[in-house]
Design a protein around this ligand. Structure first.
Ligand SMILES: [Ca+2]
Length: 135
């Protein structure tokens, strides 16, 4: 019986997540129909000179920082990792919906799986570091 609130919270989490994904999905479909901007980003990991793109480092550092922030605020390890992973997917969906030409920082140039990879590597690196120094 005492586990009931946990289940309710978990159910609420999944319903919220699925609703958000459906709403974002609909927005993306509308945008694609209207022919606005690009849905998929044509980005790269590296610049032509072979150095890594600055925005990939930002995704790496952003996810690592967000994870540390959630952990410092008292989030569980798994909980914080899932939250960061989900937020980074939602961020890319946002990038697909909102054009940066109009909204600057809050916009994007389309969904980028490379941004996701860069972010998740940052998250994984921070989790590994946490294990190594065992905070
Ligand atoms: Ca992006």
């Amino acid at each position: 019986m005492h586990r009931e609130p946990d289940r309710t919270a978990l159910l609420g989490f999944w319903i919220t997540l699925i609703t958000l994904i459906l709403v974002f999905g609909l927005l993306i479909c509308q945008k694609a129909e209207a022919g606005e901007g690009s849905m998929w980003s044509n980005d790269t990991f590296f610049r032509p000179d072979g150095t890594i793109q600055a925005d990939k480092l930002q995704h790496f550092a952003g996810n690592a920082g967000l994870y540390v922030g959630l952990r410092v605020l008292g989030g569980g390890k798994r909980q914080s990792a899932v939250a960061v992973a989900v937020i980074s997917v939602l961020w890319e969906i946002k990038d697909a919906i909102i054009p940066y030409e109009v909204y600057g920082f809050w916009g994007g140039d389309g969904f980028s799986w490379r941004d996701l990879v860069a972010g998740w590597v940052g998250l994984g690196a921070m989790m590994l570091l946490e294990d190594i120094i065992s905070i």
